[in-house]
Design a binder for this molecule. Structure first.
Ligand SMILES: Cc1cc2nc3c(=O)[nH]c(=O)nc-3n(C[C@H](O)[C@H](O)[C@H](O)COP(=O)(O)O)c2cc1C
Length: 345
């Protein structure tokens, strides 16, 4: 079965869908392999392909589709605003085993939104209208959109929903914050619930999902088709399996400190590029440790951010994780505060 058919079947099914959120520089082929080892989601998303006049799909992102080891559908995400280039790229990507083509309307990085791409497009509904029309015409696999609830104000959301409802998109993922809000507190799950009631297409909820009981509650209260999880899954790769366990009404099992250390080791082993300098390897791991650390302890986060050598990296991990106590891996400040984020996101 083609990945796009598997994806369509999943959308039509009954069970709540779980997806790994697209994360630039994180959701690589290697990371998907690691996450899948812990059960993983039903659907993966690539980080965004940057689309402009003379762009070509980035090879390493294409690899996460063509060489994907998980056997699960992978959605290809595009960011840009040049309609002929978006059409050309969407046509090209459909020659590969993509589950769907997804349009990014949420990236809050100023360098992106100032060019009126990603979240910046939310200021220009007419342009979104034109992009959706053009892409819908050439996308023959499912066509999906990932949006925020507005650029500056949640008051923009109602008009956006009308716009999305006018186009036959197959799925809308909603990160329940505005673009200018970045990652600050106050995810508007109520507006996501409104979208789920109002739109003809299925809706995925996104934003600060960090535990199985909370995920279960959000699914029940908002009536969405499923959840897309980003940082919560880096912190806790068991989360997807824990959510499925909770939905079956069974007792959720938490990993021990040693199991978390083994997860970090697995990341390390998968993220090693042969010949990479020690300091660069440690630096690469910090991309993940910034999030994992939030689920361990503030002292751990403090110390791991400062290490520069392999020996120190593992010494700090051993100091905080060499134990068999169960760990919830919930964010230290409950996930509503602005957590450690790279400048772009
Ligand atoms: C490091 C990082 C990179 C991201 N890259 C992308 C991206 O390429 N495309 C996208 O649509 N969203 C991107 N996002 C946003 C996430 O997909 C998601 O919407 C956001 O993190 C909120 O979900 P969460 O609270 O579950 O992490 C990124 C987020 C982070 C933290």
């Amino acid at each position: 079965m083609l990945p796009s058919e598997t994806f369509s079947n999943l959308l039509r099914g009954e069970a709540p869908l779980l997806a790994l959120a697209p994360m630039q520089d994180v959701t690589t082929l290697e990371f998907m392999r690691v996450i899948d080892h812990y059960g993983g989601p039903e659907i993966y998303w690539t980080e965004y392909f940057r689309v402009h006049g003379d762009s070509r799909p980035e090879k390493w992102i294409l690899d996460s589709i063509t060489k994907n080891p998980t056997g699960k559908p992978v959605v290809a995400q595009l960011i840009g605003n040049d309609i002929p280039a978006m059409v050309r790229t969407a046509k090209l990507l459909q020659k590969f085993p993509v589950a769907a083509i997804d349009l990014n309307l949420g990236c809050p990085a100023p360098i992106v939104y100032r060019k009126c791409a990603g979240g910046g497009l939310l200021r220009d509904p007419e342009k979104i209208d034109a992009i959706l029309s053009a892409l819908r015409e050439v996308v023959h696999v499912p066509f999906t959109v990932k949006t925020r609830i507005g650029f500056e104000s949640p008051g923009e959301f109602a008009a956006l929903l009308e716009l999305f409802a006018r186009h036959a998109i197959d799925l809308l993922t909603i990160h329940g914050r505005t673009v200018t809000q970045m990652y600050r507190p106050g995810v508007r799950y109520d507006l996501i619930a409104q979208a789920a009631r109002q739109l003809p297409c299925p809706v995925l909820l996104n934003g600060n999902v960090f535990s199985a009981p909370q995920a279960k509650q959000l699914l029940v209260e908002t009536g969405v088709r499923g959840l897309m999880i980003g940082r919560g899954a880096i912190r806790n790769p068991w989360l997807f399996e824990q959510i499925r366990t909770a939905l079956r009404g069974e007792k959720v099992i938490f990993p021990t400190g040693r199991a978390v250390r083994a997860y970090i080791q697995e990341l390390w082993d998968n993220e090693i590029t042969p010949g990479i300098k020690e300091s660069a390897q440690v630096q690469r791991m910090k991309k993940f440790m910034n999030f994992i650390g939030e689920g361990v302890a503030s002292g751990f986060l403090h110390d791991i951010r400062r290490v520069t050598t392999t020996a120190d990296f593992w010494r700090v991990c051993g100091q905080f994780l060499d134990h068999d106590r169960p760990m919830t891996l919930e964010p230290i400040d409950n996930g509503q505060a602005p957590l450690a984020l790279p400048a772009a996101f």
